[in-house]
Design a protein around this ligand. Sequence first.
Ligand code: SAM
Length: 285
Amino acid sequence: MDLSNISTIREVLTRHGFTFSKKLGQNFLINPTVCPRMAEACRAAAGVGVLEVGPGIGVLTTELAARAEKVCAVELDSRLLPVLSETLAAHENVHVVQGDVLKLDLPALLAQEFPRLKIAVCANLPYYITSPVIMKLLESRLPVESLTVMVQKEAAERLCAAPGTRACGAVSAAVWYYAEPELLFPVGRGSFLPSPNVDSAVIRLRIREQPPVRTADEASFFRVVRAAFCQRRKAAVNAVSAGLSLPKATVQAAFQALCLPETMRAEQFSLEQFAALTDRLYPVH
Ligand code: SAM
């Protein structure tokens, strides 16, 4: 069954009485070249377990299943379960779990699904939860080697933007803290049914074994980063002081001690400078 063929998709979905939900970000891939590329990019192979978020009708799932040892696919929409039972019938190494990826206990799920396997995440993510899903996957410190995900093109550029560059935001800084991101390839809006009104791109985040900077308190580090970017057009001195309810003089003194210009904005900070600022503002004794 060719799951990227529009006639096949329409026939299967009509037979199951399925209608697309915009709310759940249901835009299914119909470009036959994209899923094989994603499956290769995530290094699905013997000895590798792949966690997929949102299998839809299983177009990416079948490509992953053909390469990986096992695939666990988490789908929120229970209406797709009978569809997936049919489209994935030939793949015994796929387990579909019905649930919300944002609510599931992912460390427990991965331990149960993939004992003794290397693990990768691969997904065409629903647009409405791109950042929360990526942040949950990163912050949970899952034993995964990489995340290969399709997201909206603008989100891909933002997520991959390096600290110290104009496009960097709080989420990009967090991505760089946990992973080494790479923009892989663009995917036009015409590659989906129904066609969304935005283009997409596939990115790969290779999870770091250790963060690239050390800070005494990680939670404070992320609070400083978020505060600095919260008012990104302002000088970071003011944004950090306002965002963390710290006296401006305290933040100014920290900037001076670190030789950081007071005019500096969040997008000009390196991760090392954010870490140094955090340790000045919140010293751990
Ligand atoms: N993988 C399929 C493809 O590429 O054609 C479908 C991708 S579609 C962009 C996103 C999928 O995620 C849909 O099947 C949708 O039902 C599912 N989804 C939406 N929110 C979800 C959530 N919170 N947890 C798990 N799956 C979700």
